[in-house]
Each structure stands twice: as C-alpha cells, then as structure tokens.
Design a protein around this ligand. Structure first.
Ligand SMILES: [Zn+2]
Length: 570
C-alpha cells in the first residue's frame, strides 16, 4: 500500500473542512425560519431592513439577520421552514389570567355572545348546551353547566327561563351563569335538588326571581346562587390534572408561550407540581401563590425557578373588587346607585392596610415579588403608601421590588409618577374598554372612564407596563387584547379616550417584552434576540401594517415553544 505524504493528508482534510456543511460543526441550526415578516421586539434590530430569518438550535435562538448571513448555520439536518410571507413575533406572554379557574370553564359550555362565542338568541344557547352535552358525553342525572350568557346581547333581550331549560333537559340538572357571574338560571331538576319552590324565602343578600304569578323563573341573583352552586361538584385534583393539557393547548392556540395562574391556592399548586413532574407542560406557567396561603408558599420557597415549565413567580394579594361590580375602591364616589350603599359610595378595600402591610413586609423581606390586584385609585393609594412604609421600615431601596399592580385600571396620572419612583409594573386590562366601557362611563363619568388602563401614557412616561385578559373574565385572545389597547372602542362604538389609544408597537410591547420583564425573564424571553428561547408566534397578517380595525381578526397560524411547534392552525 503506497504511503500518502502527511502534508497531503493535512491538505485534503483542510479542503474537506472548508466544503463541509455546518452540520458537521457545532454551529448547525436545527431550524431556520425564513421568508417571514419578522417583528423582533428587540430595539437593537431594524426589523424592516435587516431581519429576514431566524436560526434555532436546541431551544435557543442562535442567529437573527438577513437570510444570507444565516447561511452559515445551515447544516445537513437543518430544517428550512419557509413561512411564506407570514409574520413572526416572539411568543405572547400572558400578563395576567387564571389558568386553573379557566380549566373549570373547559368542562362547561361557553354560551357567550359574539365576539366571545356565537350565541345570538335563546335557541342558539340551548343548541350550544346540547352540543356540549354530546361532546362531553354527560350522562343522565349529571350537571350541564354553562357560562357567559348576557341578556343585553340576546335577540330576546331577556334571561332564558327554567321552562326553556327544563324542556330541553328534562333529565339533567342545568345551571347557566350570567357573564357577570353575579346571577344565573337553573332548570327544574336543579331547582328541585336545591329545594327551591315558588314559596322559598329569599336568602339574605340574594333574590329568587319570580314572575307576576309568583312562580320562580329559575333566575337566582347574588347569594341565591349559592343554593344551587353548592350542589355542583368541584373539579378534583385528578380531573384537574387531566385537564391541564387541554387547558394549555387552548392558551397556545392564541400564540401564548408563557401563561399565568393568577391566584393559586396550595391545592392547585400541588397539582401543578405533579403535572411538572410528569413533564406535562408544553408552555410555561407562572404561578402567583394566594396570599391566603402565604405560610405554605414561603415554606415552599423556590421562587423564580423554572421546573419543567412551572415557576412560582410570587405572591398575589387582592386589595379591592371590580369596577363593573362597583366594589372597586375609589377616592371619589360612583355616580350611579351602588347596591347596599346609601351615601359616599366609593367601594371599599378587600383587606385593611395593616394586613396589606404585613403581607408586603414578609414578601419584601424575603425578596419575593408581590402582585397586588388594585382597580380603583383609592386602593392604588393604599398600595403606594404601604409600599413606602414597608421599604422604609425594612431599610430597602424603594424601587427594586418590581411590584406588579394587577389591573391598575383607574390609576390617576399623579399616581403614575409614583409608579416610576417605585419601579412598579402596571398590568393593564384594556379589554374593559370594549366589554364594560359604556358601564364605566355611566358609573364613573367620562374623565375617569376615558383614562382606563392607560397603556399609551404609561409607555410614554417610560413605565414598563403589561396588558392582560384576566381569562376567564375575558377570552385569552391576545390579538383581540391588542385591538382593544389600540382602538379602545366600547360596544356602543364610543371610543374610550381618543388620546389614550396606544400605537400597535406599544400594544405589542405590553404582551411580549414587557411581559418578560414583569416575570423577571427579560434575559431569556419577550423578543427575538440572540441567546433567548425560541418562543414564537406565526400570524397570517402583520399587525403593524393591517388596518387597526382588522387587528382583532388576525389569525394565529402556529405557536412555537423552545423550537417545537405546540399549536398549528388546521
Ligand atoms: Zn385576575
């Protein structure tokens, strides 16, 4: 066998190295996404000019740039995905919602009117309940439950009655809840099980509604709901575990790659831990532990660490109620009658400030992030004053806690200045402009109503703000949410503060990069940037270029988490 000179071998090796595809080096990408309109949400890139493609390896982004610049990442096994001109964005980050409570909605029929669902009249409502019974295979004798009907949106302009529900379902107990969750209608079987007849006395704080002949119509208001609700079996841990996949697929279908559980009791958190151990999470879940279980969570520890997609993000405390229910706590009174209140009706705090101070002290002292629900400006004042007191007494800098003010719906402009001083992160809820904008105008007057959830002003002041759906209060649809932040149109057509309409880019920041900041994950999420996680959403149209009215109709085509497709539109 002739000997080959070493020099020649070295030369041949060199040549082959130069020609070899990147696949033989460590640089080869698993996936290159190209031919897309890419909105990176990273201000370091000029999206319109430079970014045409993204390279992904393992679960991270290893290349962002022009297609020819990314050629070096193309290896033998690299998948080249042509997005055919669709729009690529970082995956959406849910600013605030209730994943666990939403799971309960999965086992109930959604009987809302457009745009949430398709119920336009009472026959539609019955048909939706029937379809739900069939889909879930609900046997005779078991509960059929629905949520979200609204008489104002039905052609009949009235509540369905027990007779209509009983005729359709003579052999099942049925209970359907009004969109406000403050009332609902039961059928005859359910009324009998609850022991309600025409002569039953109204419970304190509630009404069993009757017709002119004194016959119970099935409509139960406020505490009267409890007579039926207490008979409905709750979702147990096993059923909850079963529903987790279905629940996160629903979130993923809206382009969400990080979702939130906005008020978890210890039982729910135990189920989440079990799901994480079983590697059930395909998208990430940020959990806010309930302040009622503070001892449990502080003992649990491990705040801020992902474990198979599950993270304990912080502690949630509720400081007031809801503005549409007139239980949000304001400095100035409501302008319409508040049930159960005679004068100076400003709502009320849900917790005394001394209690808030206690919870805040324990959290700040241990470096645990606090998420405080506050809707009205008086609740926000209480939060701001308590924050100052607690940081003073602990000797901490007052701007490093990244305290999140969930809703911040009726924050005053002067309070936003204090948000800057304290580094507070407001998580706004612009869907209120559409769903309750007209109600707020009547209850609060135009000045307060038109400044609701001021995404634009906050951004202009340099405040990092997020925006959320509070699902199941409103659907977790992020494009609809983007539309409400940009258009702020109420159901009546009234625009809730023309000067508060955010730009599309501001609206997008609130559901991407700012969401990452809120959850202390801006180093790994929220934008298409080198080294961050390969979390993306693919849209059929570009929100920056369509007419603003059409933003709510943009479709999510695909959701990608860590380089893997977790949702694809069929
Ligand atoms: Zn909430």
């Amino acid at each position: 066998m002739p000997r080959i000179p070493l020099v020649l071998i070295a030369f041949l090796l060199l040549i082959s190295a130069c020609n070899s595809p990147a696949a033989e080096s460590d640089q080869a990408a698993d996936l290159i996404l190209h031919n897309a309109q890419i909105i990176t949400m990273d201000e370091g890139y000029d999206d319109q000019q430079k970014v045409e493609a993204v390279a992904v390896k393992d679960n991270k982004i290893i290349g962002v740039g022009k297609r020819k610049e990314l050629r070096k990442f193309k290896g033998e096994h690299t998948e080249m995905r042509d997005l055919q001109g669709k729009t690529l964005l970082p995956g959406f980050i849910d600013g605030h919602s209730h994943f666990a409570y939403g799971l309960r909605m999965l086992v109930q029929a959604n009987i809302s009117s457009p745009p949430v669902a398709e119920v336009r009249n009472i026959p539609d409502l019955i048909a939706t309940l029937k379809a739900h019974q069939e889909k879930r295979n609900i046997p005779r004798g078991e509960w059929i439950l629905g949520w979200g009907y609204d008489p104002d949106q039905l052609e009949e302009q009235r509540h369905p009655n027990q007779e209509e529900l009983s005729n359709a379902f003579p052999n099942h107990p049925v209970y359907i809840r009004h969109a406000s969750f403050h009332m609902g209608v039961a059928n005859e079987v359910a009324l009998q099980m609850a022991g309600i007849d025409d002569d039953t006395q109204d419970p304190v704080g509630g009404v069993i509604v009757r017709d002119e002949q004194g016959k119970a119509t099935g409509l139960l208001q406020e505490t009267a709901q409890g007579l039926v609700a207490r008979l409905i079996p709750p979702i147990g841990p096993v059923e909850m575990l079963d529903l987790i996949s279905e629940g996160q697929n629903y979130y993923a279908s809206f382009g969400i790659t990080t979702m939130q559980e906005g008020l978890a009791d210890s039982l729910a958190y135990e189920v989440f831990k079990e799901a994480a151990a079983l590697e059930q999470f395909i998208i990430d879940l940020e959990v806010l532990g309930s302040f009622r279980n503070l001892d449990y969570y502080l003992k649990e520890g491990n705040f801020g660490q992902y474990n198979n997609g599950l993270k304990l993000a912080g502690i949630k405390i509720t400081t007031d109620g809801s503005p549409q229910g007139k239980t949000a706590y304001f400095k100035d009174p409501y302008k319409t009658k508040v049930p159960g209140c005679i004068h100076d009706c400003r709502g009320y705090p849900m917790v005394p400030s001394s209690y808030l101070q206690q919870v805040m002290t324990r959290c700040y002292d241990q470096g645990v992030q606090l998420f405080a629900h506050a809707n009205g400006d008086a609740a926000i004042d209480m939060l701001l004053d308590t924050h100052q007191k607690v940081t003073d007494s602990l000797g901490l800098p007052s701007d490093e806690q990244r305290t999140v003010v969930i809703h911040s719906q009726f924050v005053r402009p002067d309070q936003l200045d204090r948000y800057i001083d304290y580094g507070f992160v407001p998580s706004f809820f612009t869907n209120h402009a559409f769903f309750w904008g007209d109600t707020h105008t009547a209850n609060l007057g135009p000045e307060r109503a038109n400044f609701l959830s001021p995404v634009k002003t906050a951004d202009e002041m340099g405040i990092i703000a997020t925006n959320h759906t509070d699902y199941p209060v409103t659907p977790p649809d992020q494009l609809f949410l983007l539309w409400t932040s940009v258009v702020r149109q109420a159901r009546s057509g009234n625009i809730m503060g023309k000067d508060q309409r955010a730009s599309v880019y501001q609206g997008l920041k609130a559901i991407t990069i700012n969401g990452a900041y809120q959850h202390h994950t801006e180093d790994i999420k929220g934008s298409i940037s080198l080294g961050k996680l390969a979390d993306f959403v693919v849209l059929d149209k570009n929100p920056l270029t369509v007419h603003v009215d059409d933003i709510k109709d943009i479709q999510v085509m695909e959701t990608i988490k860590g380089g893997y497709t977790v949702f694809e539109k069929k």
